[in-house]
Design a protein around this ligand. Structure first.
Ligand code: AMP
Length: 470
């Protein structure tokens, strides 16, 4: 067995290969044996198309079991898997194709797998070293060119093993999988934990609260982005009884509101386990499985992860080093050098602090830091206070150009109806915040703009509200 990630995953598949891997509502289960057979045939087809070690295989499709088959087959062939969001426009895709130069680009997973079904299964798994590339993940890149984070077989394996252990996965687990699979969360974090446990997944091609609630009655673990939890909370079917079978709810990819954490506990008795990760390192920190999970903190570094705060202040940019950290940005050696310190820590761009117990608290992205009149304003500090005020569902605090202060603080607010009025909100905030931190304007929106992973798009908000003080 080499360090090919596929070998590690397959070594944990159940010895009885007729056991189910994918359970989909209204469809026959797909067994581990089926999965192995299909990936061997697709690997055969991929090899014939030139997907030899090091070459890239790009996939831009809607979520499906076939897409997972193509992912695993790419690993088997030793090629590099490049998933692309199905929502990308042709112009966006064009950039990725020119940058990554894949030998195979698949936009119809079903047709590709069907074509491979006519071929013999190729039982080989290409030997790979831990330092060989397994996947290229383009960052969502809200500013500048999107960068391809290079993740190796060794990095993905190290992270998968650490998570499987940290979250207590066993063959009895049934993972509810409703996440997209063009992103590390659904693709690596969720799938690898399930494969290492050898248990089945309740497989949903999208998040839909009624289907998820139905699936929870047969599952033990769910991984979700925070919007999954707020949507479940909006459904009266979310009750203790509905989740009686569940042992663990995990959240990440964007900050989980403390109000959602608390409401979820009241409704279900479960304290959501929040963790923190990114394309460049998969998962970095997690709240504990045993021990207290604290709302607002993303927990402790995973074993093997070294984490520190750069800049010499208590709050600053989070820097990390460890086995799961990526090996650089694809064809961007300059950019890669800029984002690592001389002693090999990756500068994440997230701002946070570590409390005396060793728990990490994230206060936002460095590039979202507001500098108003020469003072630093951390949006999270203002958002936390705003979110506590009556009538506020969620807020996003941004800085936009201001003639006197350089940047002026603006709060964009999703309010309940009737919305509180702007002047009284500002007055409430002024009683709790220094004047330079207090928003000069509060604007109301029906819903904050989010990407597919539920992250609020602050760059978009800065653009929309950039004229406010002009
Ligand atoms: P991506 O590379 O698209 O997965 O985005 C990674 C970014 O998501 C991180 O750098 C953080 O800014 C953010 N993120 C992920 N998990 C959390 C979390 N639990 N709390 C706050 N921010 C998070």
């Amino acid at each position: 067995m080499s360090d090919n990630l596929y070998d590690l995953l397959a070594s944990r598949f159940p010895s009885d290969r007729s056991r189910p891997c994918f359970l989909q509502p209204g469809l026959e289960p797909v067994s581990y044996g089926d999965l192995e057979d299909r990936t061997a045939r697709v690997a055969n087809l991929l090899r014939r198309r030139g997907a030899v070690p090091g070459e890239r295989v790009a996939l831009q499709v809607e979520k499906s079991v076939d897409a997972v088959v193509i992912y695993l087959a790419t690993l088997r062939a030793g090629a590099v898997f490049l998933p692309l969001n199905a929502a990308y426009t042709p112009a966006e895709v064009d950039y990725f194709l020119k940058d990554a130069e894949p030998v195979v680009f698949i936009q119809d997973a079903g047709a590709f797998v069907a074509e491979a079904a006519a071929l013999d299964p190729d039982p080989r798994v290409e030997p790979r070293a831990a330092s060989d590339l397994a996947s290229l993940i383009y960052t969502s890149g809200t500013t500048g060119r999107s960068k391809g984070a290079m993740l190796t077989h060794g990095a993905l394996a190290a992270n998968a093993l650490a998570l499987h252990e940290a979250w207590g996965f066993s063959p009895d687990d049934v993972l509810l999988h409703a996440l997209p699979i063009f992103h590390v969360h659904g693709l690596f974090v969720a799938l690898h934990c399930a494969f290492l446990s050898g248990g089945p997944m309740v497989w949903l091609n999208r998040f839909e609260d009624a289907a998820v609630l139905e699936g929870l009655s047969r599952s033990t673990v769910m991984m979700g982005v925070p919007t999954f939890y707020t949507r479940l909370l909006a459904n009266p079917g979310l009750t203790r009884e509905a989740v009686a079978h569940m042992r663990l709810f995990i959240s990440g990819s964007a900050p989980l509101l403390e109000s959602a954490f608390e409401a979820f506990e009241v409704r279900t008795g479960h304290r959501i386990l929040e963790r923190y990760g990114m394309s460049e390192a998969v998962i970095i920190t997690t709240n504990p499985l045993e021990g207290e999970r604290i709302a607002g903190s993303v927990g402790f570094p995973l074993p093997g992860v070294e984490l520190r705060i750069g800049g010499g202040e208590a709050t600053g940019v989070i820097e990390i080093r460890g086995p799961s950290v990526f090996s650089g940005y694809w064809r961007m050696p300059e950019k890669t050098r800029e984002e690592f310190t001389s002693d090999g820590y990756f500068i994440t761009g997230d701002v946070g602090r570590v409390d005396p117990d060793g728990r990490l608290w994230i206060s936002g992205r460095a590039k979202d830091l507001i500098i108003s009149g020469g003072y630093n304003v951390y949006p999270k500090e203002v958002e936390l206070i705003l979110d506590e005020l009556p009538g506020i569902r969620e807020s996003a605090v941004i800085g936009v150009p201001h003639p006197d202060f350089g940047e002026g603080v603006v709060a964009v607010v999703e309010a309940e109806s009737p919305a509180p009025d702007e002047a009284s909100l500002i007055a409430r905030l002024r009683s709790q915040l220094a004047p330079y931190k207090t928003p000069k304007r509060v604007v109301f929106v029906d819903s904050l703009p989010r990407n597919a992973m539920g992250k609020v798009q602050k760059a978009q908000l800065r653009q929309t509200w950039g004229h406010l003080f002009k």
